[in-house]
Design a protein around this ligand. Structure first.
Ligand code: GTR
Length: 411
């Protein structure tokens, strides 16, 4: 029976951790327990289908990179000569899909470097104050600084730069790439702009039952961006990492689950529908998220509003889909809406899969002190403060990546 509470395990070792009757991530749908690593691929495939069916929908196949086309719009020396700032536009099939724009800081290293890629909330021009970065022309939510009638103006430049410390990345030896989720799909219940419409059958106006929603489309864009990064000689294709904050953190987890090419995943305050257990019942609940953001997840997920206990999955299984690759879950003390405790418990509950696959799993049995990195293959960090991503957070991401990625390309 899949809904085996992990109670006995937790009660013995983790007094602070609740199991809530969450599904056992290592029991097959027919009740077969997963006891060996060789059984995991089949269990993983079942879990993936559950997330497709109940949460994200199924995304189209990723277009092969040789069917995509990247054009460099900007390339200049930057960061006091320590690196390059580049912006590219990526066109991809099918015909009619809008392109995505990727802004990248690349250290001058003389050897292929690891990279991070993440979605931004308000356009590349907001991530960097550099006036040569292209001003986005797609729909952007208002109110946002410098956004007038849902369009970016010059006043929007650099307004989100605190979330994207490019120079720090370059100094730490990482490339940092970002793209606007609105290039893939506007963050509103609209299916005409963005990538969905290009896949509609004649007469279709919204995704059908089981088809991808907004988070699925955003995750698809991250994967296309990864294909670009992996094709660049300056970047190590084996060390492309994902970072996402909040709704973009939910998206990073889904992209990382689907695409094993990502070497490492960071979820920053991803909360409900991200790292936090839905059954924990704190902070944002399914009824909140599905009402305010009806386009993020598939309609079947909405059917569980107020009925989280009936979901045939919980979010620790999304974390387990990333195993055995390094995964860092970050919370903020004041961000109770994202339920730090539920994010931590999710790590605990995903750890058996990580251990099954030969890693050190998760090295904490109770919530760690503030500003302490739990440095195991599932990492965890909680800091004081509120819901945001800062340069101090990025330092933790780089510390974790330094510890968990191979050191050089040849390793
Ligand atoms: C909130 C939403 C969260 C989170 C956040 C964000 O309003 O309730 O799930 O995604 O937005 O993306 O900043």
């Amino acid at each position: 029976m899949r809904l085996l509470a992990l109670a006995s395990l937790f009660v013995m070792t983790l007094h602070a951790i609740e199991p809530y009757g969450i599904p056992d991530p290592m029991v097959m749908e027919d009740g077969t327990p997963v006891r060996e690593a060789a059984q995991w691929p089949a269990c993983k495939a079942e879990t993936m289908r559950l997330f497709e069916k109940f949460v994200h929908g199924k995304s189209p196949e990723l277009p092969p990179w040789d069917q995509c086309r990247a054009e460099t719009l900007l390339e200049k020396e930057a960061f006091g000569g320590k690196g390059l700032l580049r912006e590219v536009v990526i066109h991809f099939p099918p015909a009619g899909t809008p392109p995505v724009y990727l802004l990248i800081a690349i250290p001058k290293a003389g050897q292929p470097v690891p990279s991070f890629v993440g979605l931004n909330f308000v356009g590349n021009h907001a991530a960097s104050p550099d006036p040569s970065v292209r001003l986005s022309d797609v729909w952007i939510p208002s109110p946002n600084p410098g956004v007038v009638d849902n369009k970016a103006t010059e006043a929007a430049r650099g307004t989100d730069a605190a979330s994207w410390p490019f120079e720090l990345a370059v100094e730490r030896g990482y490339a940092m790439a970002t793209l606007f989720h609105g290039d893939l799909d506007p963050d509103r219940p609209d299916w005409q702009e963005g990538v969905h419409a290009a896949f509609f059958a004649p007469g279709q106006t919204q995704p059908g039952e089981g088809e991808w929603a907004a988070v699925g489309a955003w995750a698809w864009g991250l994967r296309i961006a990864a294909s670009y990064l992996m094709a660049q000689p300056e970047l190590d294709p084996k060390r492309v990492c994902l970072m996402g904050h909040s709704r973009n953190g939910k998206t990073a987890l889904w992209a990382g689950a689907q695409d094993e090419r990502f070497a490492l995943v960071v979820s920053n305050q991803s909360g409900c529908g991200g790292a936090a257990l839905s059954r924990a019942g704190r902070g944002e609940q399914l009824a909140h998220i599905n009402t305010r953001f009806p386009h993020w997840f598939v309609p079947r997920f909405h059917a569980y509003n107020g009925k989280e206990n009936e979901l045939p999955l919980d979010q620790h299984q999304l974390l387990a889909l990333i195993a055995p690759r390094p995964l860092l879950v970050c919370s903020a003390e004041e961000d109770l809406w994202a339920d730090p405790q539920g994010e931590f418990e999710s790590c605990v509950a995903a750890a058996p899969v990580y251990r099954l696959l030969g890693t050190d799993g998760f090295a904490a049995t109770a919530m760690p002190p503030l500003n302490h990195l739990v440095n195991s293959q599932i990492g965890y960090h909680i800091r004081p403060g509120k819901h945001e991503v800062t340069a101090a957070d990025w330092k933790v991401f780089f510390d974790f990546a330094d510890a968990r990625l191979p050191k050089t390309k040849s390793e």
